[in-house]
Design a protein around this ligand. Structure first.
Ligand code: NAP
Ligand code: MG
Length: 403
């Protein structure tokens, strides 16, 4: 068999622990035998990030800007325990945070659906993708504890020092708390465009929700910016594609989501997206079946699994014990990246190969062969296999589909 050729390299971003093990196995068993894989490789394993003073993370993000598509393995975000474990020079920042800041992207999380793992919500037949605005609001807020008799005010000062507005937040009778948060027009606009572009790519309706009836300036601005960008830049493209943009209040959205059949993208403000993505992932069955893609307003893509490095399994692996770690989300990160690379390069063989990887993976699970985490929640026959056995089972089906 001749291997599928690639014209443009994919930015390959390696990572840590159990997902690093899975990463090389996926390449070995499912990709390299069939694709003449061209990648520009960045090792974001924690040791190498430390050796390069984290420069490698910045270089990886710049490479995505150069080539347009990246695929990333899960990485450790260091904390105090990791500094000791790896004898780090510094508590390096979250690589995902660094890459997101450079690409100015929005994260879309989409569950992988298989027949024998039923969502907890009976009506959900198709995936629900959460798009989370990953800037500002309570994540960049300032807070204070206040005491009886204190007055909290919201003061806005112009760049020449002139007070533009001053409003009393509250005259405290008794102790209390206060918080100030912000967002920027630029960030909200990027978020909106990333959502509209992603919806067009997926050919799925886009919902956006906030609490504009209560928050007449803050949340209402989000609503207005989405509306304006939609009307001016996307309305006709949505019509042509046969999809809809739809705004509703967050509480109405929650009710509609639960009653829906799925098959749409739900754009959420930062906090809503944080909470709802965990709710939706769990309700669909498992975090290990959730893919994640970072989409920048300039049209750069970075694919990854939504879960972490699965540390507990890695330590079992190091002790020589057999693991049963779910590789599905990481396989889909690769297939998603290969499909996008193929689409951008008009390389239909590569697109088809990505689709076949996904079909083979889903078929394996639907035929009752899966890792332990899924076997515990699957309906019907479920044989639990090891990390590597699962990949070999996928490979068997992949070869049949190719033939
Ligand atoms: P985690 O790696 O997602 O794992 C938490 C637990 O969820 C695991 O112990 C395992 O449960 C289960 N799980 C997650 N993925 C699984 C899979 N593919 N197959 C089977 N079970 C799976 O989260 P964590 O333990 O909180 O974080 C570990 C490291 O990952 C941290 O250093 C963190 O910084 C990093 N992290 C990275 C990313 C990223 O790069 N995108 C995201 C999140 C966390 P059982 O142990 O019960 O089997
Ligand atoms: Mg969360």
């Amino acid at each position: 068999m001749t291997k599928i050729q690639m014209t443009t390299p994919l930015v390959e971003i390696d990572g840590d622990e159990m997902t690093r093990i899975i990463w090389s196995k996926i390449k070995e068993h499912l990709i390299s035998p069939y694709v003449d894989l061209k990648t520009e490789y960045y090792d974001l394993g924690l040791e190498h990030r430390d050796q390069t003073d984290d420069k490698v993370t910045f270089d990886a993000a710049e490479a995505i800007k150069k080539y347009g598509v990246g695929v990333k393995c899960a990485t450790i975000t260091p904390n105090a325990a990791r500094i000791k474990e790896y004898n780090l020079k510094e508590m390096w920042k979250s690589p995902n945070g660094t890459i997101r800041a450079i690409l100015d992207g929005t994260v879309f999380r989409k569950p992988i659906i298989v027949e024998n793992i039923k969502p907890y919500v009976r009506s959900w037949e198709k995936p629900i993708t959460i798009a989370r605005h990953a800037y500002g609001d309570i994540y960049k807020a300032v807070e204070a504890k206040v005491t009886d008799g204190d007055v909290a005010e919201l003061v806005v000062t112009s760049k020449d020092g002139e007070v533009i507005s001053k409003e009393t937040i509250h005259n405290f009778k008794g102790d209390g708390i206060v918080m100030g948060m912000h967002n920027t027009k630029k960030s909200i606009e990027s978020f909106a465009r990333a959502c509209f572009n992603y919806a067009l790519g997926e050919k799925e309706d886009l919902w956006f929700s906030s609490k504009d009836t209560i928050s007449k300036k803050y949340d209402h601005t989000f609503k207005d910016i989405f509306e304006e960008i939609y009307e001016n830049e996307y309305k006709s493209k949505f019509k042509e594609t046969g999809i809809e943009y739809f705004y509703t209040l967050i509480d109405d959205a929650v009710a509609r989501v639960v009653k829906s059949n799925g098959g749409f993208i739900w754009a959420c403000k930062n906090y809503d997206g944080d909470v709802m993505s965990d709710l939706v992932a769990t309700a669909f069955g498992s975090l290990a079946m959730m893919t994640s893609v970072l989409v920048s307003p300039d049209g750069y893509y970075e694919y990854e699994a939504a879960h972490g490095t699965v540390q507990r399994h890695y330590y079992k692996h190091l002790k020589g014990e057999e693991t049963s770690t779910n590789s599905v989300a990481t396989i889909f990160a690769w297939s998603g990246a290969l499909k996008k690379r193929g689409e951008l390069d008009s390389n239909s063989d590569l697109v088809k190969f990505g689709e076949v990887m996904e079909k083979a993976t889903i078929a394996t699970i639907e035929e009752g062969i899966m890792t332990k985490d899924l076997a515990m929640i699957a309906q019907g026959d479920a044989k639990s296999v090891s990390t590597e056995e699962f990949l070999l089972e996928v490979k068997t089906r992949l070869e049949k589909l190719i033939a």
